[in-house]
Ligand binder design. Structure first.
Ligand code: ADP
Length: 403
């Protein structure tokens, strides 16, 4: 059975999913994390003969990504029943930073690898890990064409007025300092799903999409194209996130450097890992924060208020930018599952035609759901994120287009 393997390679993890090529049903999926540590965790699920999923979980040492990749191919070959053996058609890789070079998914060759490597200074944590995944997959499966799908690509349509910072010009021309935006594959995927659901071509739609997961970002989409997004040069800007601060006054850093003597590395660590929801109330898991807020924890209540206030500010700003909005889309772990957060993100936005129906908002349903009230001019959609599926589709499109 022809399959596409989607790989998301992190510094010490590999997440993967095998899709059957024509139906895009998931043949197998799983992850390995803590690669290089003494006890790596491996989880693999696969579709058996009755189309039900079975799962194995293992703990053992996986020394490196090469070893991890071999395990993935091996365990998939062993577990998938005869009629569903994955004959690799192509491999799609998530790549975080494509800079200004890549505005589309791209067939990987040596030049593409060199370009991704050049972008390492822009994404020092992510691009090297993504490259490791690509190199191992190419080495182990040289027969399978490989495609890079970039997190930044969808946002390459953002105009200069929105992507340039008010900084000395040579920081852009000489140092690539600009807004790139991230989560592009997810924003693009839910935008297409919204178009499908509304029965209109994506190119005729204005949308505000909110990806609210551990990381969080908002995107303004005009006529199907991203024209602004809340993450910036790095994923730190914009909305409040699990452990990232989002927008802050940059002068706070100079103040802290002067008064506490903290180094750049310490400050970066704090803004990335000790801030956001966790910084305000001590935890970053929204389920736990809601539970604490409901039992009277003032810090958890404030964390939710700050989080939703920031989302509302962005929705208001993007409304002003777009002029007219067909739909507001919620996705990501929080956007899909936290009715309370959706409700607070829409609070007092009736003036913009954004009115949530609390009963529809509370009713959880699989797939796309609509939760606006009767008086709302803007459709409010909840759409499950599926970046892996989008990567698989884009990978397939690139290969078929090239033939
Ligand atoms: P990632 O960005 O790592 O892919 P997810 O999109 O899975 O993250 O989102 C993780 C966030 O979603 C966590 O803060 C988690 O608490 C939150 N979340 C998941 N389910 C729920 C739920 N039922 N209610 C509230 N928050 C939830």
């Amino acid at each position: 059975m022809k399959a596409i393997l989607v790989i998301n390679s992190g510094s010490s993890s590999i997440k993967y999913r095998f899709f059957q090529i024509d139906t895009y049903s998931v043949l197998a999926s799983g992850f390995i994390d803590k690669i290089g540590e003494s006890e790596s965790r491996l989880r693999h699920a696969w579709q058996n003969e009755e189309n039900k999923y079975e799962e194995i979980v293992e703990t053992r040492h996986v020394p490196d990504h090469r070893n991890g990749f071999d395990w993935i191919v091996d365990v998939s070959t062993k577990t998938l029943p005869q009629g569903k053996k994955a004959d690799l058609f192509a491999i799609g890789h998530r790549v975080v930073h494509g800079g200004e070079v890549f505005s589309e998914p791209t067939l990987i060759d040596d030049n593409v690898i060199a370009a991704i490597r050049q972008m390492i200074p822009l994404a020092p944590l992510h691009n090297p890990a993504n490259l490791t995944g690509i190199e191992v997959a190419r080495e182990r499966r040289p027969d399978a064409p490989q495609v890079a799908v970039f997190d930044t690509a969808f946002h390459q349509t953002i105009p200069p007025a929105a992507f340039r910072y008010a900084l000395p010009r040579n920081l852009y021309t000489g140092h690539h300092v600009r807004r790139y935006g991230f989560h592009g594959t997810s924003h693009h995927y839910v935008a297409k799903k919204a178009a499908e659901h509304l029965g209109r071509p994506l190119g005729t739609l204005n949308l505000i999409t909110l990806h609210l997961g551990n990381g969080a970002s908002a995107t303004a989409i005009r006529d199907g194209k991203s024209i602004d997004t809340s993450m910036g040069m790095t994923p730190m800007e914009g909305l409040v996130m699990g452990t990232r601060c989002g927008d802050i006054d940059p002068a706070i850093l100079f103040y802290l450097g002067r008064t506490t003597g903290r180094t750049f590395e310490e400050l970066e660590m704090m803004l990335n890992h000790e801030s956001g929801l966790k910084g305000i109330c001590g935890v970053n898991d929204m389920r736990e924060i809601i539970r604490r807020a409901r039992s009277g924890d003032g810090n958890a209540q404030l964390a939710i208020e700050i989080y939703c206030y920031r989302v509302r500010k962005y929705v208001g700003a993007y409304f002003a930018v777009l002029g007219q909005v067909d739909a507001l889309v919620f996705t990501g772990g929080i956007g899909e599952n936290a009715a309370l957060i959706r409700m607070l993100c829409c609070k007092a936005l009736e003036c913009l035609g954004i009115v949530i129906d609390s009963r529809k908002n509370e009713a959880s349903s699989p797939g796309v759901s609509e939760i606006q009230g009767e008086k709302g001019a803007v459709r409010i959609l909840v759409i499950p994120a599926n970046e892996e599926l989008e990567i698989a589709r884009q990978t397939c499109d690139v290969i078929l287009r090239g033939r």
